[in-house]
Design a binder for this molecule. Structure first.
Ligand SMILES: *[C@@H]1O[C@H](CO)[C@@H](O)[C@H](O)[C@H]1NC(C)=O
Ligand SMILES: *[C@@H]1O[C@H](CO)[C@@H](O)[C@H](O)[C@H]1NC(C)=O
Ligand SMILES: *[C@@H]1O[C@H](CO)[C@@H](O)[C@H](O)[C@H]1NC(C)=O
Ligand SMILES: *[C@@H]1O[C@H](CO)[C@@H](O)[C@H](O)[C@H]1NC(C)=O
Ligand SMILES: *[C@@H]1O[C@H](CO)[C@@H](O)[C@H](O)[C@H]1NC(C)=O
Ligand SMILES: *[C@@H]1O[C@H](CO)[C@@H](O)[C@H](O)[C@H]1NC(C)=O
Ligand SMILES: *[C@@H]1O[C@H](CO)[C@@H](O)[C@H](O)[C@H]1NC(C)=O
Ligand SMILES: *[C@@H]1O[C@H](CO)[C@@H](O)[C@H](O)[C@H]1NC(C)=O
Ligand SMILES: *[C@@H]1O[C@H](CO)[C@@H](O)[C@H](O)[C@H]1NC(C)=O
Length: 312
């Protein structure tokens, strides 16, 4: 009897210990970071700020108060204090991002848009496996977009437009991003081809590669993006014909199709008449065959708003 109780107690204790280590792991993660690691990561971030016109971080990010009360920082409500959101957008900040950012293992929202952050993006960003929003539009980042970010399967929103990012996109880009809704890489210096696995971003709604140096063909898989609403591929070096299935699905809600200023050839695929939600179409400055003009007028229901934005 006593032995049985002891055994039961021991198993109970073991279960508790297991649960504790599970919780310390933050639900099964690889790294065992804690609240104090989050503080160190934020302080590392602060130490990399070289210009802070309103002295926001200098005065507000003080260890006298919990980092959960620091401006732009939000923490989860339960358990140990862990950073879930970092919003330092529009503060006129200059600086670089330290690799310690990757230790903020509970981070879901990261927005440092409209600042002057520069240098490269650390590969450690790819360790943020809970990250949903990654937005740093209008900064001065250069170098490649670390491909590790395209392995963060929770990610829903990637907006790095208007920087000086270069290099090519990994071919597997969409293979690990089942939740990606927005991918905005416009106004950078990206080269190489459009990833051929693009069609695997099944819930993608907005895609912009406008104003880069992207080459090659528009991949066929684009017709598999049945939720796509905006497609901006203008001002690149794309060639070849438009994929025939660009509007193939009858659930297709494509509203904006901007392909201007490339070297596209051939004619417009007939399937475009199935894009009944289209309101902006710009094909100007390509090498498309002239016949498409007449065809377009017959094939598509031209509405006022659509005509206004028809760039041919
Ligand atoms: C996390 O903690 C466990 C148990 O203490 C340990 O085995 C593991 O190596 C730690 N992981 C890291 C990344 O430090
Ligand atoms: C930092 O800013 C927040 C939000 O404005 C404020 O609540 C907090 O008191 C400030 N902390 C310090 C130390 O200035
Ligand atoms: C932090 O607390 C110390 C001691 O109470 C105080 O001297 C210091 O001025 C405080 N710093 C800030 C930034 O509030
Ligand atoms: C990021 O910050 C900018 C500027 O404050 C804001 O306009 C934008 O909506 C934010 N992005 C997201 C995804 O919340
Ligand atoms: C945080 O990240 C940095 C750089 O990636 C690493 O060197 C450091 O050991 C990490 N800190 C902790 C407490 O794990
Ligand atoms: C792009 O960023 C620069 C500064 O980095 C800014 O001056 C410019 O207005 C931004 N352009 C857009 C379209 O946001
Ligand atoms: C991304 O994941 C793939 C497949 O799991 C792996 O082969 C690749 O090395 C990963 N890339 C990075 C940069 O982590
Ligand atoms: C489009 O999706 C279908 C059905 O899942 C698949 O068989 C086909 O290979 C995909 N096409 C491309 C080009 O990705
Ligand atoms: C338009 O969509 C319908 C329904 O999916 C399909 O049968 C038809 O072939 C499509 N038309 C063109 C020109 O692709």
């Amino acid at each position: 009897m006593e032995k049985a109780t002891t055994t039961a107690f021991l198993s109970f204790a073991l279960v508790l210990m297991f649960m504790q280590s599970f919780l310390a792991l933050g639900g099964g993660g690889a790294a065992n970071y804690t609240s104090s690691d989050d503080q160190s990561a934020l302080l590392a971030f602060k130490s990399r700020i070289t210009y802070d016109p309103n002295h926001i971080l200098a005065t507000n990010w003080s260890t006298n108060t919990s980092f959960c009360h620091w401006l732009g920082v939000s923490c989860r409500r339960r358990g140990q204090n862990r950073v879930t959101s970092l919003d330092l957008s529009n503060m006129g900040l200059k600086g670089t991002i330290p690799p310690q950012i990757g230790n903020l293992s509970f981070l879901t929202y990261f927005n440092i848009s409209f600042n002057h952050f520069n240098d490269h993006l650390p590969a450690e960003l790819g360790q943020l496996r809970r990250l949903k929003v990654f937005e740093l539009i209008s900064n001065d980042f250069s170098g490649e977009i670390p491909s590790s970010i395209f392995n963060v399967s929770a990610i829903q929103w990637i907006n790095v437009a208007n920087n000086s990012l270069s290099g090519s996109l990994p071919d597997y880009l969409c293979s690990h991003l089942p939740k990606l809704k927005l991918l905005r890489l416009s106004f950078n210096e990206l080269s190489g081809d459009i990833p051929s696995h693009l069609g695997e971003c099944r819930v993608l709604q907005k895609l912009s590669l406008y104003g880069n140096k992207i080459t090659g063909f528009i991949p066929r898989g684009i017709g598999n993006l049945t939720l796509l609403k905006w497609l901006y591929l203008g001002e690149n070096n794309l060639q070849g014909e438009l994929p025939p299935d660009i509007c193939s699905s009858d659930v297709h809600g494509l509203e904006i199709l901007v392909l201007e200023r490339n070297q596209l050839t051939g004619s417009i695929p007939r399937s475009i008449s199935n894009c009944t939600s289209l309101r902006v179409l710009s094909l100007a400055d390509n090498k498309l065959s002239d016949s498409y003009r007449g065809y377009l007028c017959m094939g598509i229901n031209l509405r006022g708003s659509y005509l206004a934005a028809l760039g041919i």
